[in-house]
Write a protein that binds this ligand. Structure first.
Ligand SMILES: [Ca+2]
Ligand SMILES: [Ca+2]
Ligand SMILES: [Ca+2]
Length: 791
């Protein structure tokens, strides 16, 4: 009797526990890719040409495991253990093409496809593949920055490649967009190709939610308020035991939700599911899997938020599957075995799943529609401007004016796209037109933007575009131009007008720019914008999303955009390049603005860009990110005025200072101040950079130093860096230095203001490196991303 009572009580408590705490589901997304290293050449032709500084074959053969049997070996460990689950793998079309060339030439990769084809026959209990080779763009394009038609064609080409190379494998319902770069305007192109769900880095869930606790340490600029459309999930949590600056949404940010895009011309809604890839967990798993990421310690921190049995937490670990820790033998081998053993030991708490199994069991509710911010994964910056592929202009070797190789490549692709599209409208089935589409798509390979400054990567879009243009020229000559101009994804500067970027105030006047091109010439290019009436763009209403609008928005106003030709410094020179068009919107404050670009060619064909949204702040540096505390007090020093401009004399007082204290300072990041900025009684330090200004006691006996004003056109100043020293004692703010933002009446460029942001290094695979040395690294400071060679 006693036994039965105990048993019943135990059973009841187990059931109650299960009802309260569903399992946490864990999924993997391993990304495999190699580009065509030279457009128009096979990998062997490029290898044999000797044009590269490294051994191209070695790039492939050193990754034989990930490209052949390691992923299947890992998933078979789950199967052998009697566990559910599997993995998602993205495999670019250009990688398939490269491996086939090597296989056929006897350079390794013999029978490489067999491992994937065998896995295609292994199914979960729900009948889904154990390894879901997800949808992708054939050449690895940054889909957010190319035309929707081009994105759809890239997926189609990938699907055709898979049908040919992996017969019997049904094409996935999911997609891993290259670089995990996503923007909602991609949705119609994806759904048109049968894609039902997309991986979206969950930083772009979090950043689009109210009360997101932005911190500078995430190295992503403050979100624009126009994107903050989701309710506060109220589950912001700092994760211990991995790299997690600030806090993330523990529950909401780890559940799939619907997202939508509204066709601006027709008002038609397109929906698909956003499957969150996990910013902090995925980044950590990419270092080597189980052990590198402390699964038990780190993932268990989400258990308290796993309170919805119909929508349990899903942690998707997304990273390269062929580079560094995430591509190592130990990742797929011993570490994955440790993961399997851990699952076996904790069957009621954690379960590996495929994404399709998860969605079949736990679909999001129909009315659970969220907005996701634009952006990629963390290793490539994750910023909503895609700056890794859209880098700001700067000084560049060989360019006579501010130049961006990224912008230049988009100018070339925009023009090529117009030529190919025009020819395609004239003769869609023409063999030369089809071949030109292939060249254009190859030219959109995002690696050609990623690897700035080495191996002539910056010239590869021009190489591919020229091949395409040559092929379509006879077709274009044979017919009428009935195709509208091509418009590159409109951009703006500053990104957060009238708010803050990296905690520094920006101008509320902003410039919209794009590359616009038509082979028949352009009659007009206009920026059209309108003001929202209450400053809010509800997810439930589509008036902000359509050209037609409605009572919630004001009438369109328009500004003629100004053209500027920027010479390309590529080798080869492009046959055609779009001009940069820009227009400045001035005088707006505290408003939500919708805008788009409309262009008309000389034949009367009209094109309109997508509609974008920006919240323009009041110009006082306010933002949801805070930043009001940066000026008046820094360390133990007080700064007056609290928010100095370049026209002010800045007084720094040291209430705790000792006699003899010296202000050791430079402009911006310790540039040497010009002589005009050197106060009386100051000297230059022996390093030729810093200035030294003694503190003196003022009338109240407080030690103070005065510098400025900093309005000499010879040297622009956006902030002051300083430390102090008294005798042999230094105060350098724990090696971070102190900084004083100095505002200018006009816009502060993102590049300049980003100088105050922390510097981080990543390897060329985009994985963060704490102590970089001995090679080429990506240096990221705020929005500025450069490649550096370190000793
Ligand atoms: Ca045209
Ligand atoms: Ca509104
Ligand atoms: Ca809306």
């Amino acid at each position: 009797m006693k036994k039965i009572v105990l048993g019943a009580a135990l059973l009841a408590s187990v059931c109650a526990a299960q009802a309260e705490n569903p399992k946490i589901y864990i999924a993997f997304q391993w990304h495999m890719h190699q580009p065509l290293y030279t457009p128009g050449e096979t990998v062997l032709e490029t290898h044999n040409s000797g044009s590269l500084s490294y051994d191209l074959l070695e790039v492939f053969t050193s990754r034989t495991g990930p490209y052949t049997n390691w992923p299947s070996q890992a998933v078979n460990k789950l199967i052998d253990a009697g566990l559910p689950g599997g993995a998602q793998v993205s495999f670019s079309g250009s990688l398939v093409e490269n491996l086939n060339v090597l296989e056929n030439a006897g350079k390794g990769f013999s029978n490489w496809k067999s491992h994937w084809n065998i896995m295609a026959t292994k199914k979960t209990d729900l009948g889904n593949p154990r390894i879901d080779m997800v949808g992708f763009g054939y050449y690895h394009p940054l889909m957010a920055l190319i035309d929707a038609e081009d994105a759809a064609r890239q997926i189609r080409a990938h699907r055709e490649c898979f049908a040919e190379n992996f017969p019997g494998m049904s094409y996935s319902k999911g997609i891993f967009p290259p670089e995990n770069a996503f923007e909602e305007h991609m949705i119609p192109a994806l759904t048109s190709e049968g894609i039902e769900w997309a991986f979206v880095d969950n930083s772009h869930f979090d950043r689009a939610a109210r009360n997101y606790p932005w911190v500078k340490g995430t190295s992503i600029v403050e979100p624009n308020r126009a994107d903050v459309l989701n309710d506060d999930p109220a589950d912001w949590t700092h994760i211990e035991g991995l790299y997690c600056p600030g806090s993330i949404s523990a529950g909401w940010g780890h559940r799939p939700h619907w997202m939508k895009y509204v066709d601006p011309a027709t008002g038609q809604e397109y929906r698909m599911i956003a499957v969150p890839t996990s910013l902090v967990y995925g980044n950590e798993d990419g270092r080597g899997g189980f052990g590198a990421l402390q699964y038990e310690k780190c993932i268990s921190q989400l258990e308290a938020y796993n309170d919805d049995p119909d929508h349990p937490i899903l942690v998707v670990l997304h990273h390269d599957g062929d580079n560094h820790g995430g591509g190592a033998a130990s990742y797929y081998g011993s570490n994955f075995q440790d993961f399997v053993n851990w699952l076996k030991a904790n069957p009621s708490r954690f379960e590996c799943t495929t994404v399709q199994d998860y969605l079949d069991r736990f679909p999001p509710e129909d009315d659970d529609v969220i907005h996701v911010e634009a952006g990629s994964w963390w290793g490539a910056g994750a910023d909503p401007e895609f700056l890794k592929w859209n880098g700001d202009k700067g000084t560049y070797p060989g360019a006579s004016e501010p130049y961006s190789p990224d912008h230049n490549s988009w100018g070339i692709i925009t023009a090529a796209s117009n030529h190919v599209r025009t020819a395609s409208a004239i003769a869609p089935d023409n063999a030369s037109v089809k071949a030109a589409w292939n060249d254009l798509m190859c030219g959109q390979t995002s690696c050609y933007w990623y690897w700035d400054g080495t191996e002539e990567w910056d010239s590869k879009p021009a190489t591919a575009a020229n091949l395409a243009l040559a092929k379509v020229a006879p077709v274009i000559a044979s017919g009428d131009d009935k195709t509208g101009p091509s418009i590159y994804h409109p951009q703006r500067e500053p990104y957060n007008p009238g708010m803050t970027e990296w905690e520094m105030a920006t101008s509320s006047d902003f410039t919209v720019w794009s590359y616009v091109y038509d082979l028949s010439g352009l009659q007009s290019v206009k920026l059209r914008y309108r003001i929202d009436k209450d400053g809010v763009n509800p997810i439930s209403s589509n008036q902000n999303e359509t050209y037609e609008g409605g009572s919630e928005v004001g009438p369109w106003q328009e500004i003629e955009m100004t053209a500027k030709a920027i010479p390309s410094i590529t080798n080869p020179q492009p046959t055609a390049k779009a001009q940069e068009y820009s227009a400045e919107v001035k005088g707006l404050k505290d408003v939500l603005v919708d805008y788009y670009v409309e262009a008309t060619d000389t034949k009367g064909n009209v094109s309109r860009s997508m509609i974008l949204h920006v919240y323009v702040g009041d110009g006082n540096g306010s933002s949801q990110g805070g930043g009001d505390d940066i000026i008046s007090q820094t360390g133990s020093y007080k700064v007056t005025p609290a928010e100095p401009t370049v026209n002010d004399i800045i007084t720094i007082t040291a209430p705790n200072g000792q006699d003899g204290i010296i202000l050791h300072w430079g402009v911006n990041n310790y540039e040497k101040p010009i002589a005009a900025y050197l106060p009386e009684g100051s000297t230059y330090f022996t390093d030729g950079k810093a200035a030294r200004t003694p503190f003196t006691r003022n009338g109240e006996g407080v030690l103070e130093a005065k510098i400025g004003p900093f309005n000499n056109p010879e040297q622009a100043v956006s902030y002051i860096s300083f430390v102090t020293n008294t005798g042999s004692s230094w105060d350098n703010n724990g090696e971070k230095n102190y900084k004083i933002a100095v505002k200018t009446p006009t816009a502060i460029s993102a590049t300049e203001s980003a100088d105050a942001a922390p510097v981080e290094y990543y390897n060329l695979q985009g994985i963060r490196v704490e102590n970089p040395a001995g090679g080429i690294f990506i240096r990221r400071q705020g929005a500025s991303i450069t490649k550096v060679m370190l000793p």
